[in-house]
Design a protein around this ligand. Structure first.
Ligand code: 2AM
Ligand code: CA
Length: 284
């Protein structure tokens, strides 16, 4: 096969096979580094961390993707300057690419640094701005979540389906606590305070990609978070959609690569969920 540019590529593999291979390989390596990373840098703020493991894993994935698909574009968290403006600009510069790989080498870096065993590798491939392959790999549990557009989503070789809860009252939700103290954090606190009494309970485990994978697999009814980047969400969004769920922004608009404030759910209580978040934001 070739990669769409009529130049044959040696050792041709499907997009999904390459995504799985990259996630598994990087994930296994990251796992060996748990508790052994040697450098820790602060990016945007004391909450925004990066280690040599994030950078090494991204390089590994970039090289592997480049070997199979040398003409594809690549957007990885560690190749972008910290902060929301740089992320938005970086996405804008590549989002019209024919094929774009969107990679978070370690989603949940804070957990990784502290030895809290909940982090993932997130790899998505978008074709003309639409995600067509999504893989999220949890190396600690050796769980690989994979979705192909139109072909469903799978974990451990079994087709995934979202959960059945139809109301917020019976829902188990997750959120992420944002670092940005000016906008995202106060808004998230408002939402948390308003939503908590309306639901069964709320979790916050620290990897957006894995939270999305848990919505897809029915372990969570829904997830929301403010101020994320395309690499945190692209793979997970396809997992949720291909498992029968719904992904929007906090206004209820359909997911696209530029969404930063995300709401994902089993779809059955999505409207109630979005309405509750909007009410919380408006303070009523
Ligand atoms: P990361 O570990 O790849 O940075 C946890 O709430 C989620 O927020 C994780 O997916 C984490 O991804 C992301 N995150 C952590 N710090 C962040 C920051 N400063 N800005 C944006 N997202 C962040
Ligand atoms: Ca990361």
């Amino acid at each position: 096969m070739n990669d769409g540019n009529d130049i044959p590529v040696i050792g041709g593999k499907s997009f999904t096979a390459v995504a799985i291979n990259c996630a598994a390989k990087a994930g296994e390596w990251i796992k060996t580094k748990l508790g052994n990373h040697t450098s820790l840098s602060i990016k945007h703020s004391a909450q925004d961390l990066v280690t040599e493991v994030d950078k090494g894993a991204e390089t590994m994935i970039r090289n592997l993707v480049g070997t199979h698909f040398p003409h594809h574009s690549f957007l990885g968290e560690e190749g972008v300057e910290p902060g929301p403006e740089a992320s938005t600009k970086a996405l804008q510069s590549v989002q019209d690419a024919e094929y774009l790989w969107i990679v978070d080498p370690v989603d949940g870096t804070t957990n990784f640094v502290h030895g809290f065993p909940y982090f993932s590798v997130s790899i998505a491939l978008a074709y003309r701005g639409e995600v067509i392959v999504g893989v999220v790999y949890d190396p600690m549990r050796d769980e690989l979540f994979v979705a192909e557009k139109g072909k469903g989503a799978y974990v451990r070789g079994r087709r995934m389906a979202v959960s059945g809860e139809t109301t917020l009252r019976e829902s188990l939700l997750a959120t992420g606590f944002p670092a940005d103290p000016h906008y995202a954090q106060p808004l998230n606190m408002k939402q948390l305070q308003a939503i908590a009494p309306q639901v069964r309970n709320i979790r916050s485990a620290g990897s957006a990609a894995l939270h999305m994978a848990y919505v897809a697999s029915g372990r969570l009814s829904g997830f929301w978070e403010i101020g994320l980047n395309s690499w945190d969400l692209a793979a997970g969004a396809l997992l949720v959609k291909e498992s029968g769920g719904t992904v929007t922004d906090v206004q209820g608009n359909d997911y696209h690569l530029g969404v930063r404030h995300v709401v994902a759910s089993n779809g059955r209580m999505h409207d109630e969920f979005v309405t509750a978040l909007q009410r919380a934001e408006a303070g009523n």
